[in-house]
Design a binder for this molecule. Structure first.
Ligand SMILES: Nc1ncnc2c1ncn2[C@@H]1O[C@H](COP(=O)(O)OP(=O)(O)OP(=O)(O)O)[C@@H](O)[C@H]1O
Ligand SMILES: [Mg+2]
Length: 272
């Protein structure tokens, strides 16, 4: 069976270790929900799987479909069938959306697609994600609203046709109707490919089929279970993990502690 296999993965960003010996195997025909408190390494994991050079693998290996991809460039991983819909899609001034989509599609084909066929594929994809076709002539993500950027990531997925889709908070910034649209595209595509989907909210997961839910805490997979984990987190948050002896840095608490106990507080006292 085709899998993504991650073995003892250690990843550093600017000398700070973020992933600390992460092990994970995902079947390429399943949908996996990835949750975890802010700042614990979810985006780092997805970016590392995709081969973003800003994330340094200091130890461990990643195998995709039986091939060691740990030192491959992002474009090589893309050609093998990996795709990342980013948490913060970049604006690329000067690069036309249609030209970008056509170049991306052709990079995944042996022979370039004919213009006629390309426009057929393009029209169908725009229709599915409910983006007005006029937007195809704009530059890639330039001036797009938050929701438009996210829908444009789904559009790229439909055109590139990957084996495993990594989606990083695809639902953030989407209005209620857009979440329904994106979820229905994902649901339709679940039969054709695997998904690893990061979201903080049960809403998106409720609209699609979820085979498995995992929680990433402090750079490792702390829990691996079924969809019921999503409901538990939605209702109770993450504090219960600490009662089970799973420690993590909570950015919200770190912020409040630093404001409460640091020099700022002393300075405020002094100013009274
Ligand atoms: N380019 C960077 N420079 C410095 N620190 C970084 C960088 N990228 C990530 N980090 C740090 O790595 C840690 C993990 O970040 P990451 O984005 O993977 O978290 P996350 O689980 O996706 O969080 P969120 O739920 O808020 O999106 C954070 O402490 C973050 O500040
Ligand atoms: Mg993130």
């Amino acid at each position: 069976m085709s899998v993504l296999e991650i073995k003892d993965l250690h990843v550093a960003v600017k000398d700070k270790e973020i992933l600390k010996g992460l092990n994970l195997t995902i079947d390429l025909d399943k949908t996996v929900a990835l949750l975890g408190p802010n700042g614990n390494g979810k985006s780092t994991l997805l970016q590392t799987i995709m081969g973003n050079p800003n994330y340094t693998v200091t130890k461990g290996k990643i195998f995709f479909d039986g091939k060691d991809i740990t030192s491959l460039e992002a474009d090589e991983r893309s050609k093998l069938g990996l795709f990342l819909g980013m948490q913060y899609p970049s604006e690329v001034p000067g690069v036309n959306n249609v030209d970008f989509l056509k170049a991306s599609l052709n990079a995944h084909r042996e022979k370039p697609i004919s213009l006629f066929e390309f426009y057929k594929v393009l029209n169908k994809a725009y229709d599915k994600v409910h983006i007005p076709f006029e937007m195809s002539n704009r530059n890639l993500n330039e001036g797009f609203s938050g929701g438009e950027k996210k829908k444009n990531e789904i559009l790229q997925m439909l055109i590139i046709n990957p084996k495993l889709v990594l989606l990083d908070e695809i639902d953030s910034g989407l209005d209620v109707d857009a979440i329904q649209t994106v979820a229905s595209v994902i649901k339709e595509e679940q039969a054709n490919r695997g998904f690893l989907i990061v979201s903080h909210y049960a809403r998106l997961y409720d609209l699609i089929n979820v085979d498995r839910a995992i929680i990433l805490v402090n750079g490792r997979i702390a829990k691996d279970g079924d969809k019921s984990l999503i409901q538990k987190i939605d209702q109770e948050g993450y504090e219960w993990l600490k009662k089970e002896g799973i420690e993590f840095e909570d950015e919200r608490q770190m912020n409040s502690v630093s404001i409460g106990s640091c020099a700022t507080k002393e300075a405020l006292k002094g100013a009274k």
